[in-house]
Design a protein around this ligand. Sequence first.
Ligand SMILES: *Cc1c(COP(=O)(O)O)cnc(C)c1O
Ligand SMILES: [Zn+2]
Length: 500
Amino acid sequence: MKPEHFPEFIRDQVLPRPRTGLVYRCLGCGREFGIEKLLYTCPECRQVLLLEDLQSDLLRQTPGKRWREIFDYRRMLTIPALRGIYRYHEFIGPVMPLESIVYLGEGHTPMIRMNQALETTIGMKVHFKNDGQNPSASFKDRGMASALSYIHYLLQQGMVSDVLAVCASTGDTSASAALYAAYLQPGVKSAVLLPHKKVTPQQLSQPLGSGARVFEIPGVFDDCMKVVEALSEHYNVALLNSKNAWRILGQESYSYEIAQDFEYDLSGKVIVVPIGNAGNITAVMSGFLKFHDAGVIESLPKIIGVQSEHANPVYRYYLEPDAARRRFVPVTVRASVAQAAMIGNPVSMPRVIHLVNRYNLASGRQNVFFVDVPEQAIMDCQIQANRQGHIACTHGGECLAGLLAAKAQRLVNETETAVLDSTAHALKFAGFQDMYFTSGFPADFEIQPDPALKNLPELIRPDTVPAFPAPGAPLSGEAFDTFVKGVSEEIAARLDLKPV
Ligand SMILES: *Cc1c(COP(=O)(O)O)cnc(C)c1O
Ligand SMILES: [Zn+2]
């Protein structure tokens, strides 16, 4: 639908008008910095930054009801720049001109109600939000669309040229960064650093296919992150890790979509997110807070952050109930099927601490909780969910395991409605499913497959069939008939089919 066909009262606001107002805010010393330059940490104190809207009072001048109408009408627009995360332009990046926005199909991922039988077992309403249905098959595309749109803007303004974008990754950040950078060729090139043998073959194939330089480094993600930080400190590169505050801004779209999909009524809702480098949970909290501050939503949903027992520094931090006595201690990670979250020293920890405080304060009660779950539960839950019609990745399984843990601890109850973040597509982690089905997990994962959940292909090659077709060597006549008959009878026998 074209803007001129919209009702009069909304026509004026349905297309966003870019404005100034965004600054970097240091979470350490509180100083603010202009956004003309690409900054990742505070030049004064080295702490992480967040982007802050100095004109957020403008957002409050539009009533919540009107914002809801704006977003609902915008849904009908066909302008590519506004079809993704920038439907929420005023909240996601008010400085961004529409002609700078890079849209590759990210965002507006489906929220799918849980299979009924499984929901009954869990004992509450549950949805998966399938962020694996993003262009590079993970939620990372949300933040990358934001970060690369901003780089695109700087390129168009002539404020940067020949950008080399770099990132360290547990697999999905590099897939996403390489994709979006490739789209901005020739102005942007990318190089990604991966922990050697700690990303899946599917994830490795993605930046290779997008033409990025791919460097494999011995060690785990935390080690790669240090190398990338050294690169961004000493050389002229654009850092695309979630240290980059533009990434956080784009990922807030996840919260805005949930709000819109529930008709902006978030009372009794529980949002379950896996935590790795903690960029995602930062963005999820920040997004709901911004909608709440502007009156777009009236209640803040409960948030449950989930970690594997094999990589649980955030969970451990919050184990101490007395905020004054909490001390952050990085952990040494162990093998985890939630491999994209296998991080012992999350870069966004200061952001989490800052936002959890604000979130609980704005909620008027504790409204953010943390649980950890065993590897076994992550894998069992993923397989179980996917056997009931879902496409959850291992982190989606982790969210389901986390919800069950939260329910057992009475952090949530049966009157509430949960949204589980399936952060990537199941296919990216097919190798772990394969290990489960073939009992092939190395001991350090501590996972024993449940025989009832295993599934393996069955080769049908009955002794009664003398010849089988092969590529370039088809069968014909009687030999072909014998093959079809023998194979179909064997399948019928295995499936216990009754003749008609
Ligand atoms: C990056 C990632 C995570 C962890 O998100 P953080 O923002 O690092 O906490 C979880 N799941 C998948 C699939 C990811 O790619
Ligand atoms: Zn500072």
